[in-house]
Design a protein. Structure first.
Length: 300
């Protein structure tokens, strides 16, 4: 993705994916280490799908690689202020968006490690199912706090669904975001920072970064989009049968990492995955700080 002569150190920029403005975060040392044969790590977000929330995580992965690989995180269509539109994108449309992204930028035989968070794990698995190995060279897939089935059975979904299913509630939240976004940015940042003086955001750096990231989704159209996607994923993510083809393609090249305190994962999901897909490596990290939004917690 990085052209010869360029250097990218955590730059967030807009690119075109099938004609849609899309935010990506790119970590790459430049042309001296980038080639069509160089390993790339591509990351898909969950929901909300703004890439800014994952900048610390992506930077850390790049640094741990010795800055020898390219790390690229891609946001969901319409999930940031700079790419917002009046169009709403469903789960299936976000899957097609990622297929177009990989087809345009990573389908040249270059080896890719595909990493995804939450809903992004489901999106990634459906992408693997629909893109033949000759088109996408996935060395390994890693799902972090993956939400791939039965999301309605999760603790957080049971709390959210009675409200989210009503269009009036979703519209009210979007309008509130629109009013909020009209306030001065410095004031919003201060209010958000104060509101985040709780775990897992309590240290100063986390609060400042999280507050800045939230500002990228404080927009009426963005909120409408991510609530629309949230409702759609509640309906779309049911049993594991739709993922059979993806896991068959991956064989032993799949790892799912679960958190014991993740309120968006249905009870028993890791065991169900192990039973249906015995070749998939399922890790349950017994770490109370590994929350669903792990990238915003410096202890994770």
């Amino acid at each position: 993705m990085v052209a010869d002569g360029e250097s990218r150190y955590g730059e967030v920029r807009n690119i075109s994916v099938a004609g849609l403005a899309t935010e990506v975060a790119i970590f790459s040392a430049g042309a001296e280490v980038v080639s069509t044969h160089r390993l790339a790590l591509v990351f898909f977000t969950g929901n909300p799908g703004a890439i800014q929330f994952f900048i610390p995580f992506l930077r850390r992965v790049w640094e741990l690689s010795g800055r020898r690989i390219e790390v690229c995180g891609v946001a969901h269509a319409g999930h940031s202020v700079s790419t917002a539109s009046d169009d709403m994108y469903s789960v299936s449309e976000q899957i097609q968006h990622k297929i177009h992204f990989l087809g345009e930028y990573y389908s040249n035989g270059r080896p890719v490690v595909l990493v995804a968070h939450s809903l992004g794990a489901y999106v990634a698995l459906k992408v693997i199912e629909q893109m033949p190995p000759a088109q996408l060279n996935v060395l390994h897939f890693i799902g972090l706090c993956p939400v791939v089935s039965h999301i309605q059975k999760s603790r957080n979904a049971r709390l959210a669904m009675p409200f989210m299913r009503h269009a009036a509630v979703r519209n009210a939240a979007a309008h509130a975001a629109g009013l909020f976004s009209s306030l001065p940015t410095a004031f919003l940042h201060t209010v958000l920072s104060l509101g985040l003086m709780v775990e897992p955001y309590s240290d100063s750096h986390n609060r400042q970064h999280t507050a800045s990231s939230v500002l990228h989704i404080v927009d009426k159209r963005v909120i409408q989009n991510f609530l629309f996607l949230a409702l759609d994923e509640m309906n779309a993510l049911q049993g594991l049968e739709p993922l059979d083809a993806a896991f068959k393609t991956l064989g032993q090249s799949a790892t799912l990492v679960y958190s014991p305190v993740d309120g968006w994962v249905a009870p028993g999901a890791p065991a169900e995955i192990r039973k249906r897909f015995p070749n998939c490596k399922v890790l349950e990290k017994n770490d109370p700080w590994l929350c669903h939004m792990f990238s915003l917690n410096s202890r994770s």
